[in-house]
Each structure stands twice: as C-alpha cells, then as structure tokens.
Design a protein around this ligand. Structure first.
Ligand SMILES: [Zn+2]
Ligand SMILES: [Zn+2]
Length: 138
C-alpha cells in the first residue's frame, strides 16, 4: 500500500486542504492517474479546486520524488504514488490500464557489464505490454 500522505507528513510538507485532497486521490496501489483524472476526483471532494492547483501540486510532488511520472507512449502522462517502491508496469494496449508488478530478480542485474558501455546504471524501467482481461475477447 502506498503511504503517500504519511510520507508527506513525515517530510513536513504543508498539507493545505487542496494539497491533501490531491494526495488522498493519489494514495493507494495500482494508482496511475492522468492530471485530468486527478482533477476530476479531487473536484468531487473539493469543488473549488482549480486545474492549475492540481497541476502545480502534481509538479511539486514529482519534484519531491514522492510521485513518479509514468509515460505511456501516445497517451497522457500518468502519476504514480509508489515512487519510493521499486516496481515495473504491466500495460493494456487497448484501454491503457496499468498494474504495478514486481518481476523476479533485479532488472539492473540483467544488464551485463559489456552492455553498460561504461555507464553508471542507476535505474531500469521495464514495461510489460499485453491485453487486460476486460479487453480480451475469449
Ligand atoms: Zn484493457
Ligand atoms: Zn506504478
């Protein structure tokens, strides 16, 4: 379970009503919302929250390293509260649903020294692609 709110409290991030609602909307597992989705969900709880506030808050959370941006090619950027937990993504090519997955082994270790080309390799993002059960027609 993502503990975004707890992490933000521990960092002393000033939790205004608007920031809290954005963080609450993002809290959880397998959460990968677009900025527009965050705005719609936050607006249901706090009708006066503006799109600009949502975008600014998302930008701050990314800058803090507490929320990760997930790019899924050709679709809107998504925001992932599990920024502190190493995981990879499983993406449905039809509807764009994303699940957090934890493959066996360390993806960094899978790259041999010869293929590192002298780089200090710091992270690996692996995307598994497929068709989710809702989109699959049996
Ligand atoms: Zn799907
Ligand atoms: Zn994720």
């Amino acid at each position: 379970m993502s503990d975004l709110l707890e992490r933000l409290r521990a960092r002393g991030w000033r939790l205004t009503a608007q920031r809290r609602v954005v963080a609450e909307v993002l809290n959880g597992d397998h959460v990968h919302l677009t900025a527009d989705e965050v705005h719609a969900l936050a607006g249901a709880r706090l009708p006066e929250i503006s799109r600009a506030t949502v975008y600014n808050t998302l930008g701050e959370l990314v800058a803090l390293g507490e929320v990760a941006e997930v790019g899924t090619d050709g679709r809107a950027k998504r925001y992932d509260p599990n920024a502190r937990t190493a995981h990879q993504h499983l993406v449905c090519g039809v509807c764009g649903t994303i699940r957090d997955v934890h493959p066996d082994g360390d993806p960094l270790a899978a790259l041999s020294p010869a293929e590192r080309f002298g780089f200090d390799v710091l992270a690996a993002d692996v995307t598994y692609r497929g068709v989710c059960p809702d989109c699959r027609r049996d």
